[in-house]
Write a protein that binds this ligand. Structure first.
Ligand code: GH3
Ligand code: MG
Ligand code: MG
Ligand code: MG
Length: 313
């Protein structure tokens, strides 16, 4: 990019650089039956730091997209053997929405009428061959910027600002799915976790220290339970959905975590802070999630009553 020596050019360059950094390693699939076309696009995409995959027909592209959720952008030619670009866009849109995958349709000149059809079938944008590299860059960057913005909006709606864990609303929404995805040989268990004497931590070390404890505990939870749905459902209360072989396995796992927390060194402004958690557990069989939450809450209340820093069922 040639820069003019003025503020706007510099700002534009900085914006581009930031975007390039975000692109780094993101996967793009180029579906085109012409090898020359694919190579040309691959080259331009690699300049934008994307990791590029290739497919020579629609069917192959659909297979690759179906088995690899990390592909963020599909660039698809219209005329291809086996399955054309429209069919491909239509088929993959049923599985992956505009928040997960961006699609740019491509076709030869004289086919301007195809652009509307591509967009109706779910494409975000459209390019006519032959295109200038600059137009290609702009359209790809703009489409990916929109995808990133959708991601940011989703995170703002679904995640807790302080800890980046999911929020209560999203937890309720996803917990049902987590229960449905539970394998037949497994059982879903809900765990509610509450920090002991958290008010005292705030009172003794300050609100900022309390915030830091919440952030640290959240990352410990994510590290210990990378496969689980975890949310911050209240001030110092967290909920977890575990898919385990039985209730006793869930108790064991949560007790290990409880033990780990009580021995973990939490430090704020060079001061060690003692942190422990109480945990209530309830298996989810038959009763609604709502009921399970009430039962787990009662168990948590029991854990508090029995002296805290313990797990109750
Ligand atoms: P218990 O062992 O019975 O759970 O006692 P506790 O002190 O943890 O419980 P209590 O419900 O009395 O106090 C919870 C405190 O959590 C009160 C509130 O000020 C604090 N809190 C809630 N949200 C936040 C937050 O986002 N940051 C900080 N620093 N404190 C918070
Ligand atoms: Mg073609
Ligand atoms: Mg509480
Ligand atoms: Mg508490």
């Amino acid at each position: 990019y040639v820069l003019k020596d003025n503020r706007d050019s510099y700002l534009y360059a900085i914006k581009l650089l930031a975007q390039l950094l975000r692109n780094q390693g993101s996967k793009v699939l180029v579906a085109d039956d012409s090898k020359t076309s694919r190579n040309l696009m691959k080259q331009m995409l690699e300049q934008l730091l994307y990791q590029v995959e290739e497919a020579a027909d629609g069917e192959q592209a659909l297979q690759m997209l179906s088995s690899d959720n990390s592909i963020k952008l599909l660039l698809t030619d219209y005329a291809m053997p086996k399955m054309d670009g429209f069919e491909l866009a239509k088929a993959i849109r049923h599985r992956r929405g505009r928040d997960e995958l961006a699609i740019i349709g491509i076709s030869g000149s004289g086919s301007q009428s195809l652009s509307a059809k591509f967009i109706k079938y779910g494409a975000n944008d459209f390019l006519i061959k032959p295109f200038m590299p600059e137009e290609f860059h702009c359209r790809v960057m703009q489409t990916m910027e929109q995808l990133n913005m959708i991601g940011q909006i989703k995170d703002a709606a679904n995640r807790d600002y302080l800890t980046s864990l999911y929020n209560r609303r999203y937890f309720y929404q996803q917990a049902q799915q987590s229960i449905q995805h539970c394998k037949p040989e497994q059982t879903s268990v809900l765990a509610m976790l509450d920090i002991d004497y958290f008010k005292q931590i705030n009172d003794t070390y300050g609100h900022q220290a309390g915030d830091e404890v919440l952030v640290l505990l959240s990352s410990l939870l994510q590290h210990h339970f990378p496969e689980c749905l975890i949310a911050r459902i209240g001030g110092e209360e967290f909920a977890l959905m575990l898919n385990v072989s039985d209730l006793s396995q869930a108790v064991e796992l949560m007790d290990e975590f409880r033990f780990y927390v009580s021995n973990h060194l939490f430090v704020f402004a060079s001061q060690p802070i003692a942190v422990s958690v109480s945990i209530g557990i309830c298996g989810i069989e038959g009763p609604s999630l709502e009921t399970a939450m009430q039962h787990a809450d009662i168990a948590l209340y029991d854990a508090k009553g029995q002296g805290r820093n313990q797990v109750a069922v």
